[in-house]
Design a protein around this ligand. Structure first.
Ligand code: ADP
Length: 498
């Protein structure tokens, strides 16, 4: 009877479960969306019960799709939306408030107050004071849910990111734990001492009895108990936040290995091995998924708000394509002499420019410009923004990137990845597994459970196609110059306008 590793991928809008066989092939998949709650314009919440319900359903669905029995699951890996904050009662298991989702902006004021501690926060956690991370969300719950603070001080409540909450539920309330990658997104975890930072907890008024035990990403977290969809005793052996799981799942295990996930936004992470480097370009330092028995590894992370979202705008805002993949046929028809540059600052400019007041701009329109030229400029803008993140990483670390691995929906575009290789002057490798997060969680679980060794697991991260820099270097240089000038002009314009 074959055995499987079950990956639970608990994302922001949907939950997936995938069963991987002993060679790392997906044999059964199921996915469910769950409700997004917007009780106020700045608030984004999830009902933890609905998250849990979606997990139960997709695990059942994946087992059915593989024709497998729960008893065949040898280990469980969890990967999750990061930073989302849940506080629950240790006695009843009931959350005291909905999950506050990473996108939620209600704690902007709290974070502004904490700006006075910016240097301390950066030195200790690798992060910047921002509502995105868990600490201010946890503080908000303690300040706003009647009785929560007193109960937290008495040790009656537990805080966790979604991984912690799922570990708690899967183990029947026996285990309150998280992994280093999720801990590193809370703004409470000291990346150098690898422990909760007492001084930061004190500054932020967070009672320490709330906090989970922190383990390596591939280690034994606990066993299933009392579930109606899986038998007792299956070990949970792999846990990592989504982007770190993706870095691991793409085999980026050594110093300088980098990956970019091209989804709605884009996430670029580069493995720093054991070098704790703080960015001077507004990127953040975070823990990379690290197996038990190895020194903690770090990663630098830069993200773009708008990547595939720019393609969605062509579809939904302009209506020049009907489906996202059509952008490729359209862009392939662009006139080669077009000098259109699109700066897709549709929600301001994030890393590495940090100009929130910027807006989108299009340069270089002529009477010959049409939808095709705009489609091409859109794909170029994604590749060029990623290049700017890569330049920031190179300036922070002093190394030069030779290879970038790629996954996510927009990485299906051959044209985008070919452009990416050209503007980076580096090889871009598209992975066989289009979504490496679940694969990474499964790899961590297989490693943590001792089912596979690292060398065998390396073979699970397969490259589907490599894109090398090609074509006319001069044209690429001219494109880069036009882009740099356009970004500079856009920034100047909107800074002056505000
Ligand atoms: P997320 O996980 O952020 O929801 P996905 O990884 O599913 O995103 O990627 C979705 C994005 O990929 C969309 O913005 C869409 O525009 C883009 N996309 C999907 N297929 C293609 C394609 N064939 N070519 C270019 N872009 C694509």
């Amino acid at each position: 009877m074959s055995s499987y590793v079950l990956a639970i991928d608990q994302g922001t809008t949907s939950t997936r479960a995938i069963l991987y066989d002993e060679s790392g092939m997906a044999r059964g998949v199921d996915q469910r969306e769950f409700p997004q709650l917007y009780p106020h314009p700045d608030h984004v919440e999830h009902d933890p019960e609905q998250i849990w319900e979606s997990v139960r359903e997709v695990v059942r669905g994946a087992l059915a799709a593989a024709g497998a029995d729960g008893a065949q699951v040898a280990a469980i890996g969890i990967t999750n939306q990061r930073e989302t904050t849940i506080v629950w009662d240790r006695e009843t298991g009931r959350p005291v408030y909905n999950a506050i989702v990473w996108q939620d902006r209600r704690t902007a004021d709290i974070c502004r107050r904490w700006k006075t501690e910016e240097e301390l926060i950066r030195e200790r956690t690798g992060l910047v004071s921002h509502p995105y991370f868990s600490a201010s969300k946890l503080r908000w719950i303690l300040d706003n849910v009647p009785g929560a603070r007193e109960r937290a001080e008495r040790g009656e409540l537990a805080f966790g990111t979604v991984d912690s909450y799922l570990i708690w539920r899967l183990t029947g309330g026996a285990v309150h734990a998280t992994d280093v990658t999720n801990a590193s997104r809370t703004m409470l975890f000291n990346l150098r001492s690898e422990a909760w930072d007492g001084e930061l907890c004190h500054l932020f008024s967070i009672p320490e009895p709330l906090l989970p035990a922190v383990q390596r990403s591939a280690s034994r977290f606990g066993e299933t108990r009392g579930l109606d969809f899986l038998p007792d005793g299956i070990p949970i052996c792999g846990v990592a936040g989504d982007q770190q799981a993706s870095l691991f799942g793409q085999g980026c295990w050594s110093h300088g290995d980098a990956k970019c996930t091209y989804g709605t936004g884009a996430f670029l992470l580069v493995n720093l091995a054991t070098d704790f480097i703080l960015s001077r370009s507004g990127l953040i330092t975070t823990a990379a998924a690290t197996p038990e028995g190895e020194p903690l590894q770090y990663a630098l992370e830069g993200s773009l708000f708008i990547a595939g979202a720019a393609i969605q705008w062509l579809r939904d805002g302009l209506g020049i394509i009907e489906t996202a993949p059509q952008v490729n046929e359209l862009a392939a028809r662009a006139r080669p002499d077009s000098e259109v540059v699109f700066v897709p600052a549709l929600v301001g400019l994030g890393a590495p420019y940090w100009v929130p007041e910027a807006q989108g701009t299009i340069f270089g329109l002529t009477r010959a410009t049409g939808a095709a030229e705009l489609a091409r400029a859109t794909l170029e803008s994604i590749a060029l923004q990623v290049r700017d993140l890569v330049l920031a990483i190179e300036s922070d670390t002093g190394f030069s990137l030779q290879r970038l691995r790629a996954d996510g929906g927009a990485a299906k575009s051959d044209l985008l990845l070919a452009l990416q290789a050209n503007v980076l002057g580096a090889t871009v490798e598209r992975m066989r597994e289009g979504e490496s997060t679940a694969l990474g969680a499964a790899m961590l679980a297989a490693l943590g459970a001792g089912l596979q060794d690292k060398e065998t697991l390396r073979g699970w991260a397969q490259v589907e196609r490599a894109f090398e820099p090609s074509g006319d270097r001069e044209a690429v240089e001219a494109l880069i110059r036009r882009w740099e000038h356009a970004v500079k002009t856009t920034i100047e314009h909107y800074k002056r306008a505000h």
